[in-house]
Design a binder for this molecule. Sequence first.
Ligand SMILES: Cc1cc2nc3c(=O)[nH]c(=O)nc-3n(C[C@H](O)[C@H](O)[C@H](O)COP(=O)(O)OP(=O)(O)OC[C@H]3O[C@@H](n4cnc5c(N)ncnc54)[C@H](O)[C@@H]3O)c2cc1C
Length: 421
Amino acid sequence: MKHIIIGNGPAGIVAAETIRKRSPHDQILIIGAEPEPPYSRMAIPYLLIGNIQESGTYLRKDPEHFKKLQIELLQGRVISVHPDLKKIKVDINQKQEELAYDKLLIATGSTPIRPPIEGMDLPGVYSCWTLQDARHIHEKTTKGTRVLQMGAGFIGCIILEALASKDIELTVVEMENRMVPRMMTQTGGQMIKKWVESKGVRVFTQTKVEKITQDGKALKVSLSNGKSLEVDTIISATGIKANIDFLKGSGIHCEKGIFVDEYMKTSIPDIYAAGDVTESIDFSTGHRMINAIQPNAADQATIAAVNMSGGVANTTGSFQVNVLDTLGLISSSFGLWAGIEGGEHAELVDEVNYKYLHLEFSDDMLVGATSLGMTDHIGAMRGLIQTKVKLGHWKDKLLTDPTMIMQAYLEKGQEQASWKS
Ligand SMILES: Cc1cc2nc3c(=O)[nH]c(=O)nc-3n(C[C@H](O)[C@H](O)[C@H](O)COP(=O)(O)OP(=O)(O)OC[C@H]3O[C@@H](n4cnc5c(N)ncnc54)[C@H](O)[C@@H]3O)c2cc1C
C-alpha cells in the first residue's frame, strides 16, 4: 500500500506517523513545498521573540526521525491530482514528475489573504506565515522601527504579542469594531483593545488601510479614519484561505476548503484531507467551516490516518476552541460564543480589573462561552458545552451568577458520570 501525503505541516506529519504505527510495512511519502524540515507555524512567534532558534520550530527534533520510521520526505510542489489514474503531478526543481498512490491525504494548509490594497506588493510589506517571513520580519523590526500591523484577529494577536516584545513603535489597524472579532464579543474585544493600549501599542479599530505608498525609505499608509502614518514595515494578518488551487479539475469537492465527511474522506474514493485545508462540519452549528487551528489539524490527521490504514475513526465535528494570550491577558471562547437566535445569556463585566465572563444558553444547555482574565473556568465551560449537559435548575443560577459555572460543572458532571455507570 502506498500512501502519499501532500503537505508537511502538523497535519501531514501526524498522519504519516499514525499510519506508520498502524501499518509497519506500508510505503509513506510526504511531499512539502517549503525547503525547511517540517516545522510548526505556531512556534514562529517564539522565534520572533528570541525564545527559540529556527530549529526549535521543527516538529521533530531528531534529524533522523523520519528515516528511522521509513517515512520518505520529498521537497516539491504538487500541481495537480488525477483521481482517475490515481496519480499526482509534482514540480520538483522545475521538473514535473508523476507519482502513483493507493491512498492520498491532502494536508496543504492555508495561506494568508493579501487584501486588494494599492501598495501591498511594495518591499517592506510582509505576511507572518512561513519561516522565510519570520526571517524578513526579524531583520526589519530592529530597535526603534515603526511597524504597522494590519489585522487583529486570532493570528494577528499572536503576532502582536511577539512584535510588542521588541523595542519597536507598534500600531495595529483592524477594520472590525473590536479586536479578535471572530472570537470575542463586543465587550471582550474592546477590553482587549484597552489592555493592549495600556501596554503602549496604538490600536485603531473600525479602520481600514486604504493605500500604501513608498515615501523615500519609509512607507506612507493612508487610513480610512483620515489619518496618514509613516512606518518602516507593515505586517499583514488579515485572514487566511485554504490551499486548494491545485485541485482545480480534480473533481474533489471544494468550496472555501475541501469538503470532508466525519471520516475525513473527500468526495473522491481513497482521497482524504485534514487540517487548515478542510471545510468540515462544526460541532455546534452543523454547518461547514474552516477551523484553522493546530489542534484541529492534528485531530483530523489522526482520524484520516486511521481510516487510510484500514481502521475506522470518525469525528463528532470540529469544535471552536479559542484561547489567546494577548500581552498577558488570557482570553478564551468556545462553541457558539456569539449566541443563537432566541437564546439567553449571562454576563459579568469588571472593566477595571479586566475580568469578563459571558455564557450563552439554548434552553437549559450551555452552547457558548467567552472569558477574559479568568482562567479557572475554562475547563468547565468547554466541558459543559461539549457534553451538551442539560443544566436543569443550574441554568437560572448561572443566569444570576455566571461565576458558579465550576460548581454547575462539578454537580452536573457527577450526575452524568453516576447515570452512565
Ligand atoms: C504565526 C502563527 C501563529 C499561530 N499560532 C497558533 C496557535 O497559537 N494555536 C493554534 O492552534 N494555531 C496557531 N496557528 C495556526 C496553525 O499554525 C495552523 O492551524 C496549522 O499550521 C495547520 O496545520 P496544517 O498541517 O493543516 O497546515 P500547515 O502548517 O500550513 O502545513 C501545510 C504544508 O503544506 C505545504 N503545501 C501547501 N501547498 C502545497 C503543495 N501544492 N504541494 C506541496 N506542499 C504544499 C505548505 O508549504 C505547508 O508546509 C498559527 C499560525 C501562524 C502563522
